[in-house]
Design a protein around this ligand. Sequence first.
Ligand code: SF4
Ligand code: MG
Length: 324
Amino acid sequence: NDVLLEVKNLKKYFPIRKGLMGKEIQYVKAVDNISFHIKKGETLGLVGESGCGKSTTGRTIIRLYDLTDGEVIFDGAEIGKMGQNHVKPFRKRMQMIFQDPYASLNSRMTVSDIIGEPLDIHGLASGKERQEIIYNLLQTVGLGKDHASRYPHEFSGGQRQRIGIARALAVEPDFIICDEPISALDVSIQAQVVNMLEDLQSEMGLTYLFIAHDLSMVKHISDRIGVMYLGKLVEVAESKELYNKPTHPYTKALLSAIPIPDPDVTKAKKRIILEGDVPSPINPPSGCRFRTRCRYAMPICAEEEPELKDIGGGHMCACHLNDK
Ligand code: SF4
Ligand code: MG
């Protein structure tokens, strides 16, 4: 079986109290019934505007949140509803790299202790062996031994992200969720970090879920890309296919927002401006959730939710236009 992770009908709702008395409870439908899989050694990019449920999807998979409904099957085992004790050995195989490498590193810990912490938590190494592993990890991410006794504030953003990556690698995971790992970095540093993640992937056989708000950030690293809108997966396709034949009106709008480095303006695609704000995930629009911003919306779009369907060769899209 070459599938490492399968997510089936995943839902994550967050309860919030409504009104001053707070007696009535409403739900933020952050992730609302999404399904996808990631093959071993593959990178699935996950994109969408902020608040569309990308990070919640990642955090629910890794069991930082309990899921509301659905299944998370990791290497053949259903871990979505497993108790924390049973899930621990699986958790060790899944790590996360965060957007803000500064906020996610404890400023009072040395780099050595930050990277060594997962080794301590999982009881994997101590003493000299632990120190050796830490030195090796520093080297793996392009930092030196002499960095081990320093503190996070002494490093640049790119270096701090390297420390975050070293920490994620410490337990020798199979699967890493990269949650906007380059969004906060200077453009000149972004490519370095992406290249390093790619090198590590081929050296260590890693599988990635790579989250970003912008399609240009996932283009290079992803084998396939999923596009999320307001808690739903609206399109999934191989990277090239998604760029060459974007089908969902939302994907088209996202893609047209990327500046094309082509001096020949006649070749440049017309920019589609997305009007209006993303509706509230508490009361999402009926039918297709994108309909309030979609210039192709038809009456059926308000009545029926479009299903995510294969429109050919594994290219999945959820839009009623495909049924015409
Ligand atoms: Fe637009 Fe309708 Fe397609 Fe939704 S289903 S993206 S509203 S055309
Ligand atoms: Mg996020």
